[in-house]
Ligand binder design. Structure first.
Ligand code: NAP
Ligand code: FE
Length: 363
């Protein structure tokens, strides 16, 4: 049996926030806007939002302290601001970092969660409405019930999820991705590719979504290079944003797998961006999982029109591999962390610690 659940109302396309922004009025009288330092402004999303809020007479407080890989203590500060300012809902603008932070703020504020309690799904019984306005084309968080938050004290990055954390509204306008620098365009596209592949790998794979998976992957392979070469081309940007949204729709049902768990320690300890951390292991994970999902992969590559080896060559072009040469003590501790992560339950086959170590030793 397959269950498909997606409560987010998604508006997609150029001008969608201005056209459908009046939907915000149903969420309350005051919003906490959650962003990073720059991108919400330079992408044009924040000015558009402020115009919509003014027209609707919705008050706001702007919290702009979110950095890449948002930090637990910062989202807790955000939840405090949400309460002190008596906000009704939260709006995340940016890449995955501010939007995930907005989701965490919503549930920490609604459930009065302290310290690391947000990582325990049974602690989340309420949420304030969440609005997502993506400015990167990668995480798909605008269509998922997940948030990924880092705890610097423990040097740990981990996700948590709850159906209450699906955004109520998402506005996906490719115009907001035109300002993305080349490196972020590439790394975020590789993140979207990871999500789509995990839709094939996961034990919870949902065959209703296979057409999106195959199409999303083909789109990234066909349009990443044109988008990198012509960063101002809205059509190419729209293709990548749509593939990223597909990735979100997919992992919202299937969850992620080892492909994501293995990247988190590479980000927290070696500073690799999220997409790059997924990319450097992608080929090894595909080889590891292939015995369990060979038919799905064969169908995928038929659809895309590439042999698997040609796909690996395409992938290598975007990775500018760091030669990490990870030390054994890191490999041992990272493997423990990875084995303990929730996503491991969705792997299509049993994965041993030794197999994870073997992959980490190749980097
Ligand atoms: P990000 O960390 O949100 O942003 C990366 C960088 O890009 C930041 O410097 C940001 O600037 C900049 N940027 C964003 N949009 C821009 C634009 N339009 N123009 C110019 N610069 C822009 O990147 P991300 O890859 O989208 O998000 C990664 C996070 O999402 C990770 O923590 C990852 O684990 C998480 N994630 C979540 C899910 C989920 O389902 N919840 C899925 C996958 C990944 P500012 O700092 O100024 O904003
Ligand atoms: Fe991801």
């Amino acid at each position: 049996m397959i269950r498909y659940y997606m409560p987010t109302e998604i508006f997609r396309g150029e001008g969608s926030l201005k056209q459908a922004g009046d939907r915000l009025a149903q969420l309350g009288n005051k919003a906490l806007i959650v962003t990073g330092r720059r991108s919400a402004r330079v992408s044009g999303a924040l000015p558009d939002l402020l115009e919509v809020l003014k027209k609707l007479d919705i008050d706001h407080y702007h919290f702009d302290s979110i950095e890449e890989n948002p930090e637990l203590s910062v989202v807790q500060e955000g939840a405090g601001l949400f309460r002190v300012n008596r906000c009704d809902f939260v709006i995340g603008i940016g890449g995955g970092s501010p939007i995930d932070a907005a989701k965490a703020i919503s549930v920490i504020a609604a459930n009065d969660l302290e310290q690391r309690a947000c990582y325990q799904p049974d602690q989340i019984t309420r949420a304030y409405p969440i609005v997502a306005i993506p400015t990167t084309a990668g995480t798909g968080t605008e269509a998922t019930p997940y948030s990924v938050i880092s705890d610097r004290k423990l040097k740990k990055k981990a996700g948590f999820g709850n159906p209450l954390m699906f955004p109520t509204l998402s506005f996906c306008d490719p115009v907001y991705t035109l300002s993305l620098p080349e490196r972020v365009t590439i790394d975020t596209a590789i993140d979207a590719l990871s999500h789509l592949l995990e839709g094939l790998y996961s034990r919870k794979r949902c065959d209703l979504l296979f057409p999106l998976i195959y199409d999303g992957i083909k789109t990234i392979i066909n349009y990443l290079e044109p988008a990198v070469k012509n960063p101002d081309n809205l059509r190419y940007r729209d293709k990548l944003l749509t593939a990223s949204l597909y990735g979100g729709l997919v992992i919202a049902q299937s969850s992620t797998t080892l492909q994501h768990s293995i990247g988190y320690p590479l980000t927290t300890h070696y500073g690799l961006s999220h997409g790059k951390a997924n990319g450097v292991v992608m080929r090894f994970i595909m080889e590891l999982f292939r015995p369990a999902v060979d038919n799905e992969l064969q169908r995928l590559f038929q659809h895309v029109g590439l042999e698997r080896e040609e796909f690996y060559i395409w992938l290598d072009r975007w990775l500018t591999d760091p030669d990490l040469q990870l030390p054994e003590d890191f490999i041992t501790s990272a493997t423990e962390e990875i084995l303990g992560s929730r996503n491991m339950a969705q792997n299509p086959l049993q994965v041993s610690g030794e197999e994870i170590k073997k992959i980490l030793r190749k980097l």
